[in-house]
Design a protein around this ligand. Structure first.
Ligand code: HEC
Length: 235
């Protein structure tokens, strides 16, 4: 038997107008590796991430596009730990990588390895941490490009707003060549730990997985990001 009060409350809730509905934040979990797991230098660490979002669905039922699930991997030597968690503006990083994940960038580009297009690290090394190339590169993304890196074609992206294209290019030029920073899109994969650094006793990796949801359709409420951060320690 259900209690009458419960039925009454359930009825009231089911009649609440949809506009009063709140967008629930996604729940992001790094399943492997686990917090405080030990790593060795120069080895592959597999990772596995799950996302559950009330509105968008579950990664385990293929309801969420894997390219929108992102893992950042940051190495830091323990002597730097006290200085700062990250050298990068992490909120900006989450925002920009979520934007790229919602577009098609990661089907052709990876952070550190060539795919169909050059890696973002190669692009950052070529143009440097300068502002002049931003407009040029933004235009290439908008209009499409070929010939600078080889015969492969980057298709035009005429529907991306100018300021969003510039945000992505600026982020790439400022961050992608940092040897201690890497990122992956997808719910599973593996990253390689660095070779043993000379004269260093201890180091750690900070892994942050995140997913930015789509908000509630037809509702002005903005999207929400769920994230989980874990630390791996050196063996
Ligand atoms: C279908 C594959 C593909 C997609 C999708 C794609 N790119 Fe590219 N991208 C390329 C290729 C290939 C090149 C190299 C073009 C060349 O050689 O001129 C490139 C080059 C670039 C460059 C360097 C341009 C230059 O002149 O040096 C940037 C920056 C870039 N892409 C960013 C992005 C961003 C951001 C997105 C997502 C909005 C994106 N790309 C989507 C394939 C792609």
């Amino acid at each position: 038997m259900y209690c009458r009060l419960c039925i009454f409350i359930a009825c009231i809730f089911s009649f609440l107008p949809l506009s009063g509905q709140e967008n629930e934040p996604p729940v992001v979990r790094i399943i492997t590796p686990v917090e405080n797991e030990k790593f060795s230098w120069g080895t592959l660490i597999p990772f596995d991430i799950s996302v559950e979002d009330k509105e968008d669905g579950y990664t385990k039922y293929d309801e969420i596009s894997p390219s929108k699930v992102i893992l950042t991997v940051q190495y830091r030597s323990d002597s730097e730990k006290a200085v700062k968690d990250f050298n990068i503006d992490f909120n900006r990083t989450i925002e920009t990588l979520s934007l790229m994940g919602s577009l098609d960038c990661f089907t052709c580009h990876k952070a550190k390895e060539k795919l169909i297009g050059p890696s973002f690290a190669e692009i950052a090394e070529r143009y440097g941490n300068r502002t002049e190339p931003v407009e040029l590169l933004a235009e290439k993304i908008l209009m499409g490009a070929q010939g600078t890196w080889g015969d492969q074609i980057m298709p035009a992206h005429p529907n991306i707003a100018q300021e969003e294209v510039e945000q992505m290019v600026t982020w790439i030029l400022n961050n992608a060549s940092d040897a201690n920073f890497n990122f992956f899109s997808g719910t599973s994969g593996a990253f390689k730990t660095r070779n043993e650094p000379l004269g260093e006793t201890q180091g750690s990796y900070v892994l942050t997985a995140f997913y930015t949801d789509e908000g509630i359709k037809g509702n002005l409420e903005s999207p929400k990001t769920g994230r989980q951060k874990i630390l791996l320690r050196q063996k």
